[in-house]
Design a protein around this ligand. Structure first.
Ligand code: UN1
Length: 499
């Protein structure tokens, strides 16, 4: 299917695709596919005001009724899965199966949020005073800005939006400038759900398109209590302090530098399958992509040989084509950063396999590379830096303690895993003295997390949690209530204050 047909099938009109000043390219072939309208930073104040007005109405709607809107969104996403998945492929370059998988992740979080809409529970707490009762209530917070990155252009929005909506919060979405079309196509689906719902307040879910100035206006506003931002550590280091500085609540999901420890007892064939998917899938452009392999010295050479063999047969090319597993990088800048990292790794004593530019059998105009393996003498500065490309650094270890120390000795703390059949090793890896990441797995790779768990990580990953478990609490304010049903007024801590 050509690009124009894909975009039309997702409901985007010719006018919308030609009306503006922001040029959108497809990484598949570098083609200019649209010029879309941008939000003026001067208009952001009015957008926030609309969101605040929507909040006043939406917070009064019972949570299970709010869940009905998310249920309808899930239905509309099911109906539009193929069309939206194709736009993800067109605009982010994901292979078809991963484009569809991203939409499935949206559907899954909608299902989760619908259930949650009837499970917003607070605790009851034993009071120290007779005739008193204590409890916690969870209330909506207010407008939630959702700033998303190019690599998961729609799923990350849905993790935030599905939760925010059932929690009673309106959403203002600022997608990456590289992927406004997936956002516009998603808004069409959202609008269908809103229409079927009937009486949602105007401005409940809004989209702003543009560069840093638009993002900054959202980040700076006291009327946007929650800012959920996904992207680079550099971006988060600017957004986080600005939101905290005005006592807003940042939810940050930033860089990852995810590792796998492969122990002597590991099922190596299974490890190889997990490594290839997590290091090479999405062309290494997930924040959960596997970037560091920490292999026991007894199996390291064998593992690298198996990997080199698997890498040699990986089909690189047009992500729309059946059988292709490695699509394009997002742009030339990504390839330049990949080449620079490989050159630096070589200087640090690394031996590089792969990492070449592919120019035959791929669409002209796209940036295609073979995934790289960098066999390293030790963990160097280059290895400690997240490069958003398919590079897998390999290092050796002797003791599990040493392996865990290497795993933790990076600034990022998103995802991690161990391959072992030894229960003591697995449990040590998951223990307080084990992995320091927000996600730690046994015998599966670091990427492709399910929505049911809380998603996010520590250190420079930013500390935020989105998606499942009790991440919803980040979108609500907690209120502690003490109720006196006695005829006395006893003070806490036994304080006497008689007059
Ligand atoms: C991201 O790359 O920003 O765990 C999110 C995963 C996906 C989400 C990745 N479910 O790989």
């Amino acid at each position: 299917m050509d690009h124009a047909t894909t975009l039309r099938a997702a409901g985007l009109s010719k006018t919308e695709l030609t009306a503006g000043t922001l040029t959108v390219h497809s990484p598949i072939d570098g083609a200019e596919v649209a010029m879309v309208g941008e939000t003026s930073p001067a208009d952001v104040a009015a957008i926030i005001a609309r969101s605040q007005a929507a909040f006043k109405a939406w917070r009064q709607v019972p949570a299970p009724r709010r869940g009905e809107l998310v249920r309808l969104l899930g239905e509309e996403l099911r109906a539009a899965k193929a069309e939206l998945g194709a736009v993800v492929t067109l605009e982010a370059g994901k292979i078809t199966s991963e484009g569809l998988g991203e939409v499935q992740e949206m559907i899954d979080i909608c299902d989760f949020a619908v259930g949650l809409s009837r499970q917003i529970y607070g605790l009851t707490i034993a009071s120290e005073r007779p005739g008193h009762r204590m409890m916690e209530s969870w209330h909506p917070m207010g407008p939630c800005a959702v700033i998303t990155a190019f690599n998961f252009p729609v799923a990350v929005w849905s993790w935030n939006t599905a939760l925010a909506l059932v929690c009673g919060d309106p959403v203002i979405w600022k997608p990456s400038e590289k992927t406004p079309l997936t956002a516009m196509a998603t808004m069409k689906i959202m609008e269908r759900a809103l229409k079927r719902f009937g009486d949602a307040p105007e401005g409940l879910v809004q989209l702003v398109i543009g560069g840093p100035a638009v993002g900054e206006a959202l980040v700076a506003s006291k009327d946007v209590p929650i800012v959920s931002a996904t992207g680079s550590t550099r971006m988060g280091s600017i957004v986080g302090p600005k939101v905290s500085g005005r006592f807003g609540r940042p939810i940050l999901e930033l860089g990852g530098n995810n590792a796998m420890i492969v122990a002597p007892s590991a099922d190596l064939d299974m490890a190889v399958r997990a490594i290839v998917f997590s290091a090479v899938g999405t062309a290494g452009q997930r924040c959960t992509s596997l970037r560091r392999l920490i292999a026991h010295r007894s199996i390291r050479a064998d593992l690298v040989a198996k990997l080199a063999k698997a890498y040699a047969s990986l089909p690189v090319g047009d992500p729309r084509k059946a059988g292709v597993l490695v699509g394009p990088l997002i742009d030339k800048g990504a390839r330049d950063r990949m080449q620079a990292a490989l050159a630096a790794a070589r200087k640090e004593g690394g031996t590089i396999h792969g990492g070449e530019t592919v120019s035959t059998g791929v669409p002209e105009g796209g940036v295609y590379v073979t995934p790289a393996i960098a066999d390293m003498p030790k963990q160097t500065d280059t290895v400690r830096t997240e490069t958003f490309a398919p590079i897998l650094y390999v290092m050796g270890y002797e003791t599990l303690e040493e392996a865990i120390a290497i795993q933790n000795d990076v600034p990022q703390g998103l995802s991690s895993c161990i391959f072992t059949l030894n229960m003591r090793e697995a449990e040590a890896f998951l223990s307080a003295a084990g992995s320091d990441c927000g996600i730690a797995n046994v015998n599966i790779g670091p990427s492709g997390a399910e929505i049911g768990g809380a998603f996010g990580g520590e250190k420079e990953t930013g500390g935020g949690r989105e998606s499942g478990s009790d991440a919803w609490k980040g979108y609500m304010r907690r209120q502690t209530n003490t109720i006196n049903y006695s005829a006395e007024l006893p003070l806490a801590q036994g304080v006497k204050f008689d007059f």
